[in-house]
Design a protein around this ligand. Structure first.
Ligand code: OAD
Length: 242
């Protein structure tokens, strides 16, 4: 295997599934129980802010009980030990990458452990605490404007300039545990291919965009991610590909 200079890893809900957090589009996924238009859009929030705050309160409470799994740990090891640069771009709002020790990390869909004040734009770490309409902003003291610092459908994901710069300069793109249905993340593989990168998918099953990847390895993240990281760290030849 080649020694890559710049690796970009894109992660999705499938990476955290074996830590006990539901994915979105699997059979028992979050969008099988909730209408995303009600709980994950600015319009839904305007219509019923308490419902939206509760949806994220429940998800934040789950965070108190989850731990990083072998796949998060393997990616943290990759970041710490790989001789090239490794950037993780996650669509996940959970804190499992940082709990595993990953340092170079972008939360493109925000972080559930943070709140954003819509009145003054300040951000605050709230950990696993609930957000309610009674919570006042620690910066401007206004009540009722503290929302989860997550990106909703129809909003611009965070740090896009930095992400596109990294994709333009990467020589390996690895997509892990994402269905490849939500843009802009679903288009990152094409940006990486345009830059001449090798593109690999690691997912339980073939994603929407599997055909554009050069290599695909299908299986549970806790199995295939540590194996793939070992391969990168040992510069070993591929074991499974298509
Ligand atoms: P999805 O639920 O769309 O896809 C999860 C993917 O993980 C699926 O392709 C599963 O096959 C795969 N998967 C499930 N269990 C796995 C396991 N144990 N190991 C490996 N793979 C597994 O989740 P995302 O692609 O992350 O955005 O969804 C993208 C965005 O859509 C989310 O960030 C969220 C959502 O709506 C917003 O809320 C804005």
């Amino acid at each position: 295997m080649t020694l890559y200079k710049n690796i970009v890893v894109l992660t999705g809900a499938g990476l955290s599934a074996e830590s006990g957090l539901h994915t979105f589009r699997d059979k028992d996924g979050i969008w099988s129980k909730y209408d995303y238009r009600e709980v994950a859009t600015p319009e839904g929030y305007r219509r019923n802010p308490a419902l939206v705050l509760n949806f994220y309160n429940e998800r934040r409470r789950q965070n108190a009980h989850v731990r990083p799994n072998a796949a998060h740990n393997a990616l943290a090891r990759l970041g710490a030990e790989y001789p090239g640069h490794v950037l993780i771009v996650t669509q996940n709002v959970d804190p499992l990458h940082e709990m595993a020790g990953s340092k170079d990390l972008i939360h493109m869909h925000g972080e559930i452990v943070k709140a954003l004040c819509e009145a003054c734009g300040s951000r605050h770490t709230i950990g696993n605490a609930d957000l309610t309409l009674e919570v006042a902003c620690p910066s401007c003291a206004k009540q009722g404007d503290m929302r989860p610092d997550v990106v909703w459908f129809g909003e611009m994901p965070y740090h896009m300039e930095r992400i596109y710069d990294a994709l333009a300069g990467c020589d390996l793109f690895v997509s892990i545990g994402t269905s490849g249905t939500v843009y802009p993340a679903a288009g990152f593989v094409l940006e990486a291919l345009r830059a001449g990168a090798h593109a690999v998918e690691l997912n339980l099953e073939p994603s929407e965009g599997v055909s554009v990847f050069v290599e695909a390895i299908h299986g549970r993240a806790t199995e295939v991610v540590p194996q793939y990281v070992d391969r990168l760290l040992n510069f070993a030849p591929p074991s499974v590909s298509h």
